[in-house]
Design a protein around this ligand. Structure first.
Ligand SMILES: C[S@@+](CC[C@H](N)C(=O)[O-])C[C@H]1O[C@@H](n2cnc3c(N)ncnc32)[C@H](O)[C@@H]1O
Length: 266
């Protein structure tokens, strides 16, 4: 993976991809570890560049990315879908490493910059980013719901910022799949992305050879140079709009701001 970013503070360790969180004596941890050490069952046996019959694209419910050329370079745009299942070709596939179904695994956009702002640090772009572009992964420690609850409570007690992100999906058998990432101490450049009630990015689960999805951040609008990269930390979370007691004030300054940060439950 091509990722040359570094952290500003020395007490944060740079990782380019998710790592497994601390050992815990629980079934949930055992399952998490098992998934972390497993390979995704989907792979393709295409030759060279994949076509629409590629098994990974078929398992994704169709094409994931549109390929286009800009400034003489091959670029990719996320194709919006009703089902958000994205399976990229991976190390177990026989296709070329430059097949057009490998985007998130190649690493973050190169124009990102960590800057100080009114929310602490924030992530900005130094150049224009078109809508549908892969920005970066939100990578950190993969933790259980129990660990997330403990860490969240500790952060609250100590007045520390919370970095934990919880992604909920439904499997094809309608079973809940929960992925929790904490980049507070071990994380990549994605940990600097702040929340906005009117964001310019979305988080999409993307599977690249592992059953555990990467939390991939894509632009949902065109983003101008020097604009801050944001996503909504609690989209579809109805609790969001409920009482504001004990909630962190939101500083996103958007005209649709609900006034406080999304509620966390794991
Ligand atoms: C994933 S981190 C984002 C980067 C962080 N600002 C930093 O300095 O490292 C999430 C934390 O940033 C702060 N934050 C993010 N979005 C915010 C917003 N819209 N309003 C206020 N604080 C925000 C909160 O402290 C939150 O717990």
């Amino acid at each position: 993976m091509n990722d040359n970013y570094t952290h500003v503070d020395t007490d944060v360790f740079y990782i380019t991809e998710n790592i497994i969180g601390p050992f815990e004596d629980s079934d949930e941890y055992e399952q998490l570890l098992n998934n972390f050490n497993s390979l995704l069952k989907e792979s393709c046996n295409c030759n060279g560049i994949c076509s629409l019959s590629c098994q990974c694209l078929q398992s994704s419910g169709g094409q994931n990315y549109l390929t286009y050329c800009s400034d003489g370079q091959k670029k990719f745009k996320l194709i919006p879908k009703t089902n958000s299942c994205i399976i990229e070709c991976n190390d177990n596939c026989s296709c070329s490493v430059v097949c057009s179904n490998r985007v998130v695994q190649t690493g973050p956009a190169v124009s990102l910059e960590i800057r100080s702002c009114d929310k602490g640090y924030g992530l900005f772009t130094t150049t224009f980013i078109p809508s549908g572009t892969f920005i970066c992964e939100y990578a950190g420690e993969l933790i259980t719901t129990k660990q997330a609850t403990v860490r969240h409570q500790n952060n609250k007690t100590l007045g520390k910022s919370n970095y934990i992100f919880c992604l909920r999906e439904l499997s094809s058998e309608r079973q809940p799949i929960v992925t929790i990432v904490d980049p507070a101490v071990f994380g990549n450049v994605g940990r600097y992305i702040n929340h906005s009630c009117e964001p310019n990015c979305i988080v999409t689960p993307v599977r690249c050879g592992s059953p555990i999805p990467k939390l991939a951040i894509f632009s949902s609008n065109d983003i101008e140079a020097n604009e801050e990269i944001t996503f909504n930390y609690g989209i579809n979370d109805e609790v969001n709009k409920q009482n504001s007691i004990d909630r962190t004030k939101c500083l996103c300054k958007s005209k649709n701001c609900i006034g406080f940060m999304p509620f966390h439950s794991y």
